[in-house]
Ligand binder design. Structure first.
Ligand SMILES: NC(=O)c1ccc[n+]([C@@H]2O[C@H](COP(=O)([O-])OP(=O)(O)OC[C@H]3O[C@@H](n4cnc5c(N)ncnc54)[C@H](OP(=O)(O)O)[C@@H]3O)[C@@H](O)[C@H]2O)c1
Length: 259
């Protein structure tokens, strides 16, 4: 489908990284792009540079999203906003679990609820959900992040069933490591974070992910690209671990002298 057949797009998490690159790429096709994030300054700069329409909105603010969805008929929806908290599940804080569920999954569900029925009604639309390799593979990381991204992956498959019979396309973009500021957002601004995750690695850039999204959108309308896994060439998933049982830690009770 030529890009020109789609007129409008909504991109969440547009103030940095992949979201900002997607806004920039879609604007090159003259699409009216509505960009959502919480950082007003970065959005203003993006709007000045690309001509997108900036909305300082938290994706968890259902009313604000509903108001926007009432005003604009979106042809393209890019669910990109995402956060992570680096803790392993055994050390997880209550509020970290809520944040990841709220931003990475609950908001995606509600935004789809508010926008996809209109696409189905108009027989035209394309939903792009940014998940992660964490949603499809197991590796060391935050298990809550894995769980919610798996939810986004399954939602992407399921949406196609719900929209069946209409020309509503759904693409799950499943990135491995991409060179964005997400690692600083997750681990803090310390320069060692860049050294650990970015410096010296050959990584896809945010613009590469935006280009893959553009490829999926520009395919003929008869073609649905359902899933794109995009990793660095020098990154693989997997790794089998086998442990020997360890003696249980001695409890204070077992240290008590016997009767
Ligand atoms: N980079 C990677 O290696 C990688 C790998 C796999 C998957 N991903 C996924 O790709 C997506 C984009 O990540 P990125 O690398 O571009 O990260 P990023 O640079 O940290 O961007 C995250 C974006 O999400 C927005 N956001 C966070 N919470 C929000 C909220 N409550 N409401 C509205 N916007 C919110 C942020 O904007 P504000 O803070 O201004 O709100 C920011 O624009 C995420 O879903 C991430 O999980 C990234």
């Amino acid at each position: 489908m030529p890009f020109s057949d789609y007129k409008t797009a909504l991109v969440t998490g547009a103030s940095s990284g992949i979201g900002a690159a997607v806004v920039e790429r879609l604007r090159r096709e003259d699409i009216e792009v509505h960009a959502i994030a919480r950082s007003a300054g970065a959005l203003k700069e993006l709007a000045e540079r690309t001509g997108c329409v900036a909305h300082v909105i938290d994706v968890t603010d259902r009313q604000a999203i509903a108001d926007l969805a009432d005003r604009v008929q979106f042809d393209i929806l890019v669910n990109n906003a995402g956060v992570d908290r680096p803790k392993k599940f055994l050390q997880a804080d209550e509020e970290d679990i809520d944040l990841l569920v709220d931003v990475n999954l609950r908001a995606v569900l509600h935004i789809c609820r508010l926008i996809v029925p209109g696409m189905v009604e108009r027989d035209r639309g394309h939903v792009i959900n940014i998940s992660s390799i964490a949603g499809n593979y197991n590796f060391g990381g935050n298990s809550t992040y894995h769980a919610v991204k798996a939810g986004v992956a399954m939602l992407s498959n399921q949406l196609r069933i719900d929209a069946f019979g209409k020309r509503v396309r759904v693409t799950e973009i499943c990135p491995g490591r991409v060179a964005t500021d997400i690692f600083n957002h997750v681990h803090g601004d310390d320069p060692s974070v860049r050294e650990r995750f970015i410096d010296g690695f050959e990584l896809p850039q945010a613009a590469d992910i935006a280009e893959a999204i553009a490829f999926a959108i520009s395919a003929p309308v008869a073609v649905n690209i359902g899933h794109m896994e995009i990793t660095p060439t020098l990154q693989v998933m997997g790794g089998l671990q086998t442990a020997k049982p360890q003696a249980p830690a001695e409890t204070s009770a077992s240290k008590e002298p016997g009767p």
